[in-house]
Design a protein around this ligand. Structure first.
Ligand code: MRU
Length: 345
Protein backbone atom coordinates (compact mmCIF):
# COMPACT_ATOMS: atom_id res chain seq x y z
CA UNK A 1 0.00 0.00 0.00
CA UNK A 2 2.00 2.92 -1.26
CA UNK A 3 -1.05 4.97 -2.09
CA UNK A 4 -0.64 4.19 -5.80
CA UNK A 5 -2.10 0.70 -5.83
CA UNK A 6 -3.54 -1.91 -3.50
CA UNK A 7 -2.18 -5.46 -3.41
CA UNK A 8 -5.26 -6.63 -1.54
CA UNK A 9 -8.27 -5.22 0.22
CA UNK A 10 -10.87 -6.62 2.60
CA UNK A 11 -14.43 -5.60 1.78
CA UNK A 12 -16.11 -7.08 4.85
CA UNK A 13 -17.55 -10.00 2.90
CA UNK A 14 -14.97 -10.49 0.15
CA UNK A 15 -11.22 -10.41 -0.44
CA UNK A 16 -9.94 -8.36 -3.35
CA UNK A 17 -6.60 -9.38 -4.83
CA UNK A 18 -4.65 -7.55 -7.50
CA UNK A 19 -3.98 -10.25 -10.12
CA UNK A 20 -0.17 -10.35 -10.20
CA UNK A 21 -0.11 -12.79 -13.12
CA UNK A 22 -1.19 -10.10 -15.56
CA UNK A 23 0.88 -7.16 -14.32
CA UNK A 24 2.19 -4.87 -15.67
CA UNK A 25 -0.12 -5.10 -18.70
CA UNK A 26 -3.34 -5.09 -16.68
CA UNK A 27 -4.32 -3.80 -13.22
CA UNK A 28 -7.12 -6.21 -12.50
CA UNK A 29 -8.68 -6.72 -9.07
CA UNK A 30 -10.19 -10.20 -8.52
CA UNK A 31 -12.94 -10.72 -5.92
CA UNK A 32 -13.05 -13.84 -3.72
CA UNK A 33 -15.87 -14.94 -1.44
CA UNK A 34 -14.92 -18.61 -0.88
CA UNK A 35 -11.76 -20.16 0.61
CA UNK A 36 -11.40 -22.45 -2.42
CA UNK A 37 -10.95 -19.38 -4.62
CA UNK A 38 -8.35 -17.90 -2.26
CA UNK A 39 -6.43 -21.20 -2.17
CA UNK A 40 -6.47 -21.31 -5.94
CA UNK A 41 -5.30 -17.69 -6.11
CA UNK A 42 -2.32 -18.53 -3.87
CA UNK A 43 -1.45 -21.68 -5.83
CA UNK A 44 -1.63 -19.95 -9.21
CA UNK A 45 0.18 -16.80 -8.01
CA UNK A 46 -2.65 -14.30 -8.37
CA UNK A 47 -1.21 -13.33 -4.98
CA UNK A 48 2.39 -14.22 -4.14
CA UNK A 49 5.18 -13.16 -1.80
CA UNK A 50 5.57 -14.68 1.67
CA UNK A 51 3.71 -12.13 3.82
CA UNK A 52 0.98 -11.55 1.22
CA UNK A 53 0.03 -15.22 0.99
CA UNK A 54 -0.15 -15.41 4.78
CA UNK A 55 -2.52 -12.45 4.95
CA UNK A 56 -4.63 -13.81 2.07
CA UNK A 57 -4.91 -17.19 3.82
CA UNK A 58 -6.11 -15.50 7.02
CA UNK A 59 -8.93 -13.85 5.07
CA UNK A 60 -9.60 -17.17 3.32
CA UNK A 61 -10.37 -18.64 6.75
CA UNK A 62 -12.77 -15.79 7.51
CA UNK A 63 -14.52 -16.56 4.22
CA UNK A 64 -14.83 -20.22 5.28
CA UNK A 65 -16.71 -19.19 8.42
CA UNK A 66 -18.83 -16.73 6.44
CA UNK A 67 -19.79 -19.48 3.96
CA UNK A 68 -20.64 -21.91 6.79
CA UNK A 69 -22.79 -19.26 8.43
CA UNK A 70 -24.74 -18.69 5.20
CA UNK A 71 -25.30 -22.43 4.73
CA UNK A 72 -26.14 -23.02 8.39
CA UNK A 73 -23.21 -25.51 8.74
CA UNK A 74 -21.05 -25.75 11.88
CA UNK A 75 -18.41 -23.08 11.33
CA UNK A 76 -15.54 -24.99 12.92
CA UNK A 77 -15.70 -27.81 10.38
CA UNK A 78 -15.52 -25.35 7.47
CA UNK A 79 -12.68 -23.48 9.18
CA UNK A 80 -10.64 -26.68 9.70
CA UNK A 81 -11.23 -27.89 6.14
CA UNK A 82 -10.20 -24.50 4.74
CA UNK A 83 -7.07 -24.46 6.94
CA UNK A 84 -5.97 -27.78 5.44
CA UNK A 85 -6.76 -26.57 1.91
CA UNK A 86 -4.89 -23.29 2.31
CA UNK A 87 -1.88 -24.94 3.99
CA UNK A 88 -1.54 -27.23 0.96
CA UNK A 89 -1.11 -24.42 -1.56
CA UNK A 90 2.60 -23.51 -1.35
CA UNK A 91 5.19 -25.17 0.91
CA UNK A 92 8.15 -22.80 1.32
CA UNK A 93 6.99 -19.46 2.75
CA UNK A 94 6.43 -20.03 6.45
CA UNK A 95 4.23 -16.92 6.72
CA UNK A 96 1.40 -19.00 5.26
CA UNK A 97 1.58 -21.55 8.09
CA UNK A 98 2.26 -18.81 10.64
CA UNK A 99 -0.95 -16.98 9.66
CA UNK A 100 -3.05 -20.17 9.63
CA UNK A 101 -1.69 -21.09 13.07
CA UNK A 102 -2.47 -17.64 14.41
CA UNK A 103 -6.05 -17.91 13.11
CA UNK A 104 -6.32 -21.42 14.63
CA UNK A 105 -5.25 -20.05 18.01
CA UNK A 106 -7.83 -17.27 17.71
CA UNK A 107 -10.49 -19.87 16.79
CA UNK A 108 -9.68 -22.14 19.71
CA UNK A 109 -12.16 -21.68 22.51
CA UNK A 110 -14.64 -19.63 20.44
CA UNK A 111 -18.32 -20.46 20.93
CA UNK A 112 -20.34 -22.54 18.44
CA UNK A 113 -22.25 -19.37 17.57
CA UNK A 114 -21.11 -18.67 14.00
CA UNK A 115 -21.83 -14.93 14.11
CA UNK A 116 -19.60 -14.41 17.15
CA UNK A 117 -16.82 -16.59 15.70
CA UNK A 118 -17.07 -14.79 12.36
CA UNK A 119 -16.58 -11.34 13.84
CA UNK A 120 -13.72 -12.46 16.16
CA UNK A 121 -11.86 -14.15 13.28
CA UNK A 122 -12.42 -11.20 10.97
CA UNK A 123 -10.82 -8.96 13.61
CA UNK A 124 -7.82 -11.31 13.78
CA UNK A 125 -7.31 -11.34 9.99
CA UNK A 126 -7.56 -7.55 9.83
CA UNK A 127 -4.99 -7.35 12.64
CA UNK A 128 -2.62 -9.65 10.70
CA UNK A 129 -3.04 -7.36 7.66
CA UNK A 130 -2.44 -4.16 9.63
CA UNK A 131 0.48 -5.58 11.61
CA UNK A 132 2.18 -6.61 8.37
CA UNK A 133 2.07 -3.06 7.02
CA UNK A 134 3.35 -1.71 10.35
CA UNK A 135 6.17 -4.30 10.43
CA UNK A 136 7.21 -3.29 6.92
CA UNK A 137 7.29 0.39 7.85
CA UNK A 138 9.39 -0.43 10.89
CA UNK A 139 11.78 -2.60 8.83
CA UNK A 140 12.05 0.29 6.40
CA UNK A 141 13.09 2.66 9.18
CA UNK A 142 15.71 0.21 10.53
CA UNK A 143 17.00 -0.89 7.15
CA UNK A 144 17.24 2.54 5.52
CA UNK A 145 20.14 3.36 7.85
CA UNK A 146 22.17 0.53 6.31
CA UNK A 147 22.14 2.03 2.81
CA UNK A 148 24.71 4.67 1.85
CA UNK A 149 23.27 8.10 0.97
CA UNK A 150 24.13 7.81 -2.69
CA UNK A 151 24.01 4.19 -3.69
CA UNK A 152 23.14 1.50 -6.19
CA UNK A 153 21.21 -1.36 -4.68
CA UNK A 154 20.45 -4.65 -6.38
CA UNK A 155 17.34 -6.68 -5.56
CA UNK A 156 16.06 -10.06 -6.69
CA UNK A 157 12.43 -11.11 -7.15
CA UNK A 158 9.72 -8.86 -5.71
CA UNK A 159 9.75 -8.13 -2.00
CA UNK A 160 7.67 -5.00 -2.34
CA UNK A 161 4.17 -3.81 -1.57
CA UNK A 162 2.94 -6.49 -3.97
CA UNK A 163 4.51 -9.25 -1.85
CA UNK A 164 3.02 -7.98 1.42
CA UNK A 165 -0.08 -6.27 2.79
CA UNK A 166 1.65 -3.04 1.77
CA UNK A 167 4.93 -1.08 1.62
CA UNK A 168 7.18 -4.14 1.25
CA UNK A 169 10.15 -5.67 3.04
CA UNK A 170 13.25 -5.23 0.83
CA UNK A 171 11.51 -2.53 -1.21
CA UNK A 172 10.23 -1.06 2.06
CA UNK A 173 13.87 -0.49 3.01
CA UNK A 174 14.50 1.15 -0.38
CA UNK A 175 11.31 3.24 -0.06
CA UNK A 176 12.25 4.42 3.43
CA UNK A 177 15.79 5.31 2.33
CA UNK A 178 14.42 7.27 -0.64
CA UNK A 179 11.87 9.00 1.60
CA UNK A 180 14.71 9.96 3.95
CA UNK A 181 16.36 11.80 1.06
CA UNK A 182 18.92 9.17 0.07
CA UNK A 183 19.62 8.87 -3.65
CA UNK A 184 19.03 5.21 -4.33
CA UNK A 185 19.20 3.57 -7.75
CA UNK A 186 17.85 0.03 -7.86
CA UNK A 187 19.13 -2.65 -10.22
CA UNK A 188 16.28 -5.12 -10.69
CA UNK A 189 17.03 -8.77 -11.55
CA UNK A 190 14.32 -9.88 -13.97
CA UNK A 191 13.97 -13.12 -11.91
CA UNK A 192 13.43 -15.97 -14.34
CA UNK A 193 11.24 -17.91 -14.75
CA UNK A 194 8.23 -16.05 -13.30
CA UNK A 195 9.70 -12.59 -13.93
CA UNK A 196 8.71 -11.06 -10.59
CA UNK A 197 11.54 -8.54 -11.02
CA UNK A 198 10.70 -7.44 -14.56
CA UNK A 199 6.94 -7.52 -14.22
CA UNK A 200 6.42 -6.49 -10.58
CA UNK A 201 9.46 -4.83 -8.96
CA UNK A 202 10.18 -2.56 -11.92
CA UNK A 203 6.47 -1.63 -12.08
CA UNK A 204 6.31 -0.83 -8.36
CA UNK A 205 9.47 1.24 -8.33
CA UNK A 206 8.46 3.19 -11.43
CA UNK A 207 5.05 3.93 -9.89
CA UNK A 208 6.90 5.41 -6.90
CA UNK A 209 9.37 7.32 -9.07
CA UNK A 210 12.34 5.44 -7.61
CA UNK A 211 15.06 5.21 -10.29
CA UNK A 212 15.66 1.64 -11.43
CA UNK A 213 17.36 -0.36 -14.15
CA UNK A 214 16.15 -3.78 -15.23
CA UNK A 215 18.72 -6.49 -15.97
CA UNK A 216 18.47 -10.17 -16.81
CA UNK A 217 19.67 -12.39 -13.97
CA UNK A 218 22.90 -13.34 -15.72
CA UNK A 219 23.95 -9.68 -16.00
CA UNK A 220 24.38 -9.14 -12.26
CA UNK A 221 27.97 -10.48 -12.21
CA UNK A 222 29.20 -7.93 -14.68
CA UNK A 223 27.74 -5.10 -12.55
CA UNK A 224 29.54 -6.42 -9.46
CA UNK A 225 32.78 -6.75 -11.40
CA UNK A 226 32.42 -3.12 -12.51
CA UNK A 227 31.89 -2.09 -8.84
CA UNK A 228 28.45 -0.71 -9.68
CA UNK A 229 26.61 -2.36 -6.75
CA UNK A 230 26.94 -0.93 -3.22
CA UNK A 231 24.48 -3.25 -1.47
CA UNK A 232 21.95 -6.00 -2.08
CA UNK A 233 18.58 -6.08 -0.32
CA UNK A 234 16.26 -9.06 -0.73
CA UNK A 235 13.26 -10.49 1.10
CA UNK A 236 12.86 -14.02 2.41
CA UNK A 237 10.33 -16.83 2.39
CA UNK A 238 11.68 -18.65 5.41
CA UNK A 239 14.65 -18.09 7.70
CA UNK A 240 15.93 -21.03 9.74
CA UNK A 241 17.06 -20.73 13.36
CA UNK A 242 20.71 -20.47 12.30
CA UNK A 243 20.03 -17.58 9.88
CA UNK A 244 20.01 -19.58 6.61
CA UNK A 245 17.63 -17.80 4.23
CA UNK A 246 15.26 -19.33 1.66
CA UNK A 247 14.27 -16.82 -1.00
CA UNK A 248 13.47 -16.78 -4.70
CA UNK A 249 15.77 -19.04 -6.73
CA UNK A 250 18.78 -17.04 -7.87
CA UNK A 251 19.22 -15.28 -4.53
CA UNK A 252 22.05 -17.64 -3.56
CA UNK A 253 24.02 -16.69 -6.67
CA UNK A 254 23.63 -13.00 -5.82
CA UNK A 255 24.84 -13.67 -2.25
CA UNK A 256 27.94 -15.44 -3.60
CA UNK A 257 28.64 -12.43 -5.82
CA UNK A 258 28.37 -10.21 -2.75
CA UNK A 259 30.83 -12.40 -0.84
CA UNK A 260 33.37 -12.40 -3.68
CA UNK A 261 33.05 -8.66 -4.32
CA UNK A 262 32.78 -7.67 -0.63
CA UNK A 263 29.37 -6.07 -1.04
CA UNK A 264 26.89 -6.24 1.90
CA UNK A 265 24.03 -8.69 1.44
CA UNK A 266 20.96 -7.64 3.48
CA UNK A 267 17.78 -9.63 4.05
CA UNK A 268 14.62 -7.80 5.16
CA UNK A 269 11.95 -10.02 6.70
CA UNK A 270 9.33 -9.82 9.46
CA UNK A 271 9.37 -12.17 12.44
CA UNK A 272 6.57 -14.14 10.75
CA UNK A 273 9.16 -15.28 8.16
CA UNK A 274 11.53 -16.71 10.78
CA UNK A 275 11.04 -20.38 11.60
CA UNK A 276 13.14 -20.93 14.73
CA UNK A 277 11.99 -24.57 14.91
CA UNK A 278 14.21 -25.35 11.92
CA UNK A 279 17.86 -25.73 12.84
CA UNK A 280 19.26 -25.03 9.36
CA UNK A 281 18.12 -24.13 5.87
CA UNK A 282 18.50 -27.77 4.79
CA UNK A 283 15.20 -28.44 6.57
CA UNK A 284 13.26 -25.84 4.53
CA UNK A 285 10.91 -27.49 2.00
CA UNK A 286 11.61 -26.12 -1.46
CA UNK A 287 8.68 -25.85 -3.86
CA UNK A 288 9.20 -27.40 -7.30
CA UNK A 289 7.06 -25.71 -9.93
CA UNK A 290 5.70 -26.68 -13.32
CA UNK A 291 8.33 -27.25 -16.05
CA UNK A 292 6.30 -25.09 -18.44
CA UNK A 293 7.47 -22.00 -16.52
CA UNK A 294 10.96 -22.76 -17.85
CA UNK A 295 10.14 -24.13 -21.29
CA UNK A 296 7.74 -21.29 -22.12
CA UNK A 297 7.99 -17.49 -22.13
CA UNK A 298 4.68 -15.61 -22.02
CA UNK A 299 2.88 -18.75 -23.22
CA UNK A 300 5.29 -19.38 -26.11
CA UNK A 301 7.52 -22.46 -26.13
CA UNK A 302 11.22 -21.54 -26.18
CA UNK A 303 12.77 -24.97 -25.46
CA UNK A 304 12.61 -28.27 -27.37
CA UNK A 305 9.71 -30.64 -26.65
CA UNK A 306 10.66 -33.33 -24.16
CA UNK A 307 13.66 -31.50 -22.62
CA UNK A 308 14.25 -32.28 -18.93
CA UNK A 309 13.57 -29.32 -16.67
CA UNK A 310 14.63 -28.41 -13.12
CA UNK A 311 12.42 -25.67 -11.65
CA UNK A 312 12.86 -25.09 -7.92
CA UNK A 313 11.08 -21.87 -6.92
CA UNK A 314 13.52 -21.05 -4.10
CA UNK A 315 17.10 -21.57 -2.99
CA UNK A 316 18.84 -21.32 0.36
CA UNK A 317 21.55 -18.78 1.12
CA UNK A 318 23.78 -19.88 4.00
CA UNK A 319 23.81 -17.56 6.99
CA UNK A 320 27.54 -16.91 6.56
CA UNK A 321 26.77 -14.92 3.39
CA UNK A 322 24.17 -12.72 5.10
CA UNK A 323 25.56 -9.40 6.38
CA UNK A 324 22.41 -8.49 8.37
CA UNK A 325 18.76 -9.44 8.74
CA UNK A 326 16.44 -6.45 9.04
CA UNK A 327 13.32 -7.18 11.10
CA UNK A 328 10.59 -4.98 12.55
CA UNK A 329 12.33 -5.36 15.93
CA UNK A 330 15.69 -4.14 14.68
CA UNK A 331 18.72 -5.31 12.72
CA UNK A 332 20.16 -8.76 13.48
CA UNK A 333 23.89 -9.28 12.96
CA UNK A 334 25.82 -12.56 12.98
CA UNK A 335 26.08 -14.88 14.80
CA UNK A 336 22.39 -15.43 14.03
CA UNK A 337 21.48 -18.42 16.20
CA UNK A 338 21.83 -16.36 19.39
CA UNK A 339 20.27 -13.24 17.87
CA UNK A 340 17.24 -15.22 16.65
CA UNK A 341 16.83 -17.08 19.96
CA UNK A 342 16.87 -13.74 21.79
CA UNK A 343 14.22 -12.33 19.43
CA UNK A 344 11.82 -15.18 20.17
CA UNK A 345 12.46 -15.38 23.88
O1 MRU B 1 7.26 -17.29 -5.69
P1 MRU B 1 7.02 -15.96 -5.04
O2 MRU B 1 6.84 -14.84 -6.01
O3 MRU B 1 5.92 -16.03 -4.01
O4 MRU B 1 8.37 -15.68 -4.26
C1 MRU B 1 8.49 -14.50 -3.53
C2 MRU B 1 9.85 -14.28 -2.98
O5 MRU B 1 10.73 -15.09 -3.10
C3 MRU B 1 10.04 -13.02 -2.18
O6 MRU B 1 11.35 -12.55 -2.31
C4 MRU B 1 9.76 -13.32 -0.71
O7 MRU B 1 8.49 -13.90 -0.57
C5 MRU B 1 9.82 -12.11 0.14
S1 MRU B 1 8.42 -11.12 -0.08
C6 MRU B 1 8.41 -9.84 1.01
Amino acid sequence: MTGRFRTMAWEGDALLLLDQRVLPALESMQRFTEPVGVADAIRTMVVRGAPAIGVAAAFGLVLAVQAARKKGRPWRRSFDEAAVLLAGTRPTAVNLFWAIERMRKAAAGLPDDAAAAHSRLEREAVAIFEEDVAANRSMGAHGAKLLPADSCVLTHCNAGALATAGYGTALGVVRAAAAAGKRIHVFVDETRPFLQGARLTAWELMKDGIPCTLITDGMAGTLFAAKKIDAVVVGADRIAGNGDVANKVGTYGVAVLCKVHKVPFFVAAPLSTIDPKLRTGAEIPIEQRDPSEVTHLMGKRVAPHGVQVYNPAFDVTPARYVSAIVTEKGVLKPPYPGAIRKLFR
